[in-house]
Design a protein around this ligand. Structure first.
Ligand SMILES: [Zn+2]
Length: 223
């Protein structure tokens, strides 16, 4: 199921920067609050640096960290995203995941601030692996506790909301993860709008199971 991780390369590093720029251009993210990681060969990951505006990011600033080996943050020439822990821990916990994307999209955040998960209000919920898009419990940004909360919420899921914080998605490619972030914010917007005008009608377990099976059959290429 999991394909081989690509080698570290300038092209891969650039694709991470391009994805960051795309998140801000499309309004999915603001400022430098989003961060992205990609599994690479050699039991390691690439992760975006801390606090660098995306427009100023260059491939050499993308930080390479080991997945299983211990390391010293002080030894890194560029500081990794303060959220490197959940990126690393998710890649360790989920061999099927190649890329992790985290952002603060407005409608995802609105739900997360209310400690709401996304129920099966639309068949696209199934694109996240089950009958809901769960909510990871709150913990301070950058902490091991937040990482553990995220990994727990992501059990059998491809995306989650993060209480009082934002959203996180993964994929077996960076493009798939980026597609999921767009879809998650769209789903969150739909759910927020639907609740504002009425009482959303939820899909049944059978209907979600049917959508999950259809996604498994057709893959997630969609459209
Ligand atoms: Zn964040």
């Amino acid at each position: 199921m999991s394909s081989a991780a690509p080698a570290d390369s300038e092209a891969l590093r650039q694709s991470i920067i391009d994805a960051c720029l795309e998140m801000n251009e499309t309004g999915l993210n603001q400022g430098t609050s989003g961060n992205i990681s990609h599994r690479i060969a050699g039991d390691a990951m690439l992760v975006t640096p801390s606090g660098v505006p995306y427009a100023q990011m260059t491939p050499d600033m993308i930080v390479r960290l080991p997945l299983h080996q211990s390391f010293s943050l002080a030894d890194q020439p560029v500081a990794p995203s303060s959220e490197w822990r959940f990126h690393r821990d998710l890649l360790v916990a989920r061999p099927d995941v190649m890329a992790v994307v985290h952002a603060h999209p407005a409608h995802c955040c609105a739900l997360a601030v209310n400690h709401m998960s996304i129920p099966p209000c639309h068949y696209m919920v199934a694109a996240f692996g089950g009958g809901d898009v769960p909510l990871a419990d709150y913990a301070l940004f950058g902490t091991q506790e937040l990482s553990e909360n995220v990994v727990r919420a992501m059990d059998n899921r491809q995306g989650c909301l993060m209480a009082n914080h934002g959203a996180l998605v993964c994929g077996d490619t960076l493009a798939k993860a980026m597609w999921r972030m767009v879809e998650l914010e769209s789903l969150a917007k739909t759910y927020v709008l639907a609740r504002s005008i009425g009482d959303p009608v939820l899909l049944s377990e059978d209907q979600i199971a049917e959508a999950l099976a259809a996604f498994a059959t057709y893959g997630l290429k969609t459209r």
